[in-house]
Design a protein around this ligand. Structure first.
Ligand code: PCA
Length: 163
């Protein structure tokens, strides 16, 4: 079992959240809402409007997201889905828990306001102009920015996935 902090399309209400509940990918359980203890730039980039947390601590915002408990199979699925380590790298990040939602054992519970750690898909392999893009505190594919995420299946239909 591992814990993963998701801040982008894997969050509830976002286009890839369902992948975490597809049992053929493994198992996942929502544990908590949380935000990073440090600031990071959370930007939207590429022609597919993909969210990226740039591994530049101290810039941007304390980013909001969700902590999930995942089994080894789901962790392997997510590594593959996030093109880790090519597009993103999986690192540990420090988080402040906002609301605990886990239904499991009391021992696994982290109180609101406490600091914990989880894996996050962040990146150091970004384009030179990305740090100057607008940074967000909380990602929403359907936000006012108008930069709606293009799901992978529609990229494949157009046959442009690899460019
Ligand atoms: N999926 C991962 C990283 C960015 C993305 O869209 C996430 O939601 O955390």
């Amino acid at each position: 079992m591992a814990r993963v902090f998701v801040y982008g399309t894997l969050k509830r209400g976002q286009p890839n959240n369902y992948r975490m509940f597809d049992l053929s990918n493994g198992k996942a359980e929502l544990l908590a809402s949380a935000r990073t203890t440090q600031k990071y730039p959370l930007i939207i980039a590429t022609k597919y409007n993909i969210p990226f947390l740039l591994n530049i601590p101290g810039e941007g915002h304390r980013v909001r997201g969700e902590i999930y408990k995942v089994d080894d199979k789901m962790l392997a699925f997510l590594d593959d889905f996030e093109s880790c380590p090519h597009m993103y790298q999986r690192n540990l990040v420090k988080l402040e828990v906002e609301e605990w939602m886990g239904k499991g054992d009391e021992e696994e519970k982290v109180a609101a306001g406490s600091i914990t750690e989880a894996f996050v898909y962040s990146t150091t392999t970004y384009q030179p102009d990305w740090p100057s893009l607008h940074s967000y505190e909380s990602y929403d594919s359907h936000g006012d920015h108008g930069l709606e995420y293009e799901i992978r299946e529609s990229r494949e239909r157009r046959g442009t996935e690899d460019d």
